[in-house]
Each structure stands twice: as C-alpha cells, then as structure tokens.
Design a protein around this ligand. Sequence first.
Ligand SMILES: [Fe+2]
Ligand SMILES: [Fe+2]
Length: 236
Amino acid sequence: MEDVDPEKNAPNKTFQGAMANLTHDELVATWKETLDSPRRNYRIDAKILFKLLDLIYGKERTLSKYKVLELIARVPYQSWEQVSYIAITHTYEKTEFARGIFNRVLESRNQQDNEQWHLLILEDLIAKQQIREGKIKYWIIPQAIAFVYYQLSWLLYVMRPKWSYRLNADFEDHAQHEYALLVKEHPEWEELPFDSDFANDYARLESLADLFRQISYDEKIHKDESIEAIGHPRFP
Ligand SMILES: [Fe+2]
Ligand SMILES: [Fe+2]
C-alpha cells in the first residue's frame, strides 16, 4: 500500500488539475485584470456559437449554462488529439517529427483533463444545490452541439489548423470573461466555501468566488496556448 500524503492533491497525480496554484490575492489580481481587459474580436463561427447558446440557454449566467459550455469546451482538444495520433501513424518513421506531434498530444490531453474537472465540479455543484434541469435542454441538445463542434474542430484542424486554434482562442476568451462576470454578479460567493467531491483532484480553494476565479484563469491559459499555436499551426 502506498503512502498517501493528505496535504497533497492526490497520490501519484498523473493528470492536470488547475492550471496553476494561485493564492487568493493572486486570483483576485488576475480576475481584476480580466474584468478590465477587452474581449477578442470574435470571428463569425464563434459569434454564431455564442448566439446559439444565448438563444437556447438565455443570457442569464446560470451554473447549468456554464456546464453546457464546459461540455463543449473539451471537444476541440479531443479532436486535436485524435488528428495528432493519426498524423503519428503516418509519420512515425521520422521519429523526431513524431515526437514533436506527440508533445501536442500531451498538451491537448492536459487541457482536456482540466476542462473535465470544470465540468465535473459544475455538475457536482448543480446536484448539491438541487437545480432541476430538463433532459432535452441540458443533456440531448448539448450532446448534439458537442458532436457538431467536434466535426467542425476536426475538419478545421485538418484543413486549416490556424482556424481551429483561432476558434478555440475565441471560445476560451469568452469563457474567461464570462466566469469573471459570474463572480462579479455573486459577491455572496466570497463567503461560501468551495466544497466539492473533486476539490482534491482540481485545487483546494478558499471560497466559491475563488473557484470561479481559478476556472477563469484556466480559460485564460487555454486561450494563450491557442493564440501561441496560431503562430505555428502546423505540426513541427
Ligand atoms: Fe473550462
Ligand atoms: Fe478552457
């Protein structure tokens, strides 16, 4: 039986939790920066997606709507991972080149893990608050949107990887700002503890407000990685 250090997030943690270990003061500072910063100039594909989500789920910022966002957020990383593995199948004889592609696989995997904790934490909060959700609106439609979004991300990544990264940068920028605004709308969350079955996997945070500041920060990191990839979209 292995020794388990209760102070650590998890024994032999091999997955990505929060994108950084930030203190309360650091989280507040990065949150204020986000609130003061302009949004990206979203392109048409991202605008259509955000409009569609507003039409179906309303403009009000609810935990259920954010859960749908998180379900969709994982999809580009899944499609990039799959395309990267196919690329390795075709290029494995050039071992250094294949290693470069595999580094992209690892990046995509970390981002997927991180988005997965966002999703599971939201689901957990929704269940604990006993928020009722219709099956069609919050299960079937999100799966359908995720399916279409996967195909779009996959196709863009194969045809024009730059466009796929750009769409994701827009999506992550939107998420970063939306989470920051969610915290601003709920000053009472400063006093509510972050209590979740997934806190050990993700991060231990002082309050619900800090949880959503941390998620907003994660989205910023995802955005920055996609913006960086726009500059060198093809495999190494
Ligand atoms: Fe997320
Ligand atoms: Fe994200």
